[in-house]
Design a protein around this ligand. Structure first.
Ligand code: CP
Length: 301
């Protein structure tokens, strides 16, 4: 079994992952030790930059007693010589027991899965999906808020290019959540995602007004304007500071707001927000180890 998109996951399986991540927290936080992955190898193939996803995958495998082989530079593998993703996967799956792959092309992890004889985890395919990030986002919401049903979740920023926003929406669509999409006209949520919600009978509000977007928000999921997806540098410069959330603005709307961000942030969340009780983005990144431990152990079970 592979993990390519959160669209494919049933609510039962999502809850199984959440429960397993809870069990893994003691290992992630070094309160307990484990060698449950002894003899197993994770191949971390990162053809796009990453700090959190690659290192937390590697940490997860190492803390469970397994080992890691990595590609952390697109130019250092034979993809740079023209090898296909399918052939690469055919080869790497002879060396490793599980593959985590990040690549700039939408659908790249699916191509790898087609060539692989071991489970493939999508660690981010262009502007497509980032399922492990969304699962750790959901885990963080549950941990911080106690439940998901009844929450108003506002996703803001570059909703056109954010793979983490796509993947989180597919997960949250399994719960009773009110969605608000706050983005400038140029970076509005993709039609594909809106169609997905409409087909499930779920509603959403869209706005480019910060005041309307933040009103009634329980959870703010801020995203970075994704410079790497822009063909026109001038367009990026025009849009990069579309929304900047500072403490006064967020406290005015809801001092108890849960504030999430997949990170890295650029300017969209001011540093004075970091001390707010609901500013959970660094705790969120930390949860990535438990959630990725859970995924490795479930996919290799
Ligand atoms: N959230 C996330 O994917 O971060 P990295 O790009 O650092 O892996």
């Amino acid at each position: 079994m592979h993990l390519l998109s959160t669209k494919d996951l049933s609510k039962d399986y999502i809850e199984k992952i959440m429960a397993k991540a809870g069990e893994m927290e003691a290992y992630a936080l070094k309160k307990k030790q484990s060698d449950m992955m002894k003899g197993k190898i994770l191949a971390a193939l990162f053809y796009e930059p990453s700090t959190r996803t690659r290192l937390s995958f590697e940490t997860a495998m190492l803390r469970l007693g397994g080992q890691v082989i990595s590609v952390a530079d697109a130019q250092s593998s034979s993809l740079a010589k023209g090898e296909s993703l399918e052939d690469t996967a055919k080869i790497v799956s002879q060396y490793a027991d599980i593959i985590a792959v990040r690549h700039p092309e939408i659908g790249s992890s699916k191509k790898m899965a087609e060539g692989s004889s071991v489970p493939v985890i999508n660690a981010g395919d262009g502007a497509g999906d980032h399922p492990t990030q969304a699962l750790l986002d959901l885990y963080t919401i549950i941990k911080e808020k106690g439940q998901v049903d009844g929450l108003t979740v506002t996703l803001s920023g570059d909703l056109k290019n954010s793979r983490t926003a796509n993947s989180l929406i597919y997960l949250l669509a399994n719960y009773d959540v009110k969605f608000k999409f706050l983005a400038p006209e140029e970076l509005k949520m993709k039609d594909e995602v809106k169609k997905f919600l409409s087909e499930k009978g779920l509603s959403f509000e869209e706005t480019s007004s910060v005041e309307d977007g933040l009103s009634g928000t329980d959870v703010l999921y801020a995203t970075r304007v994704q410079r790497e997806r822009f063909k026109d540098a001038g367009e990026y410069e025009k849009l990069k500071d579309s929304f900047i959330f500072n403490r006064a603005l967020l406290e005015k709307h809801n001092p108890k707001m849960l504030i999430l961000h997949a990170l890295p942030r650029v300017n969209e969340i001011s540093k004075d927000v970091d001390d707010m009780p609901g500013a959970a983005y660094f705790r969120q990144a930390s949860n990535g180890v438990s959630v990725r431990m859970a995924l490795i152990s479930l996919l290799l079970a």
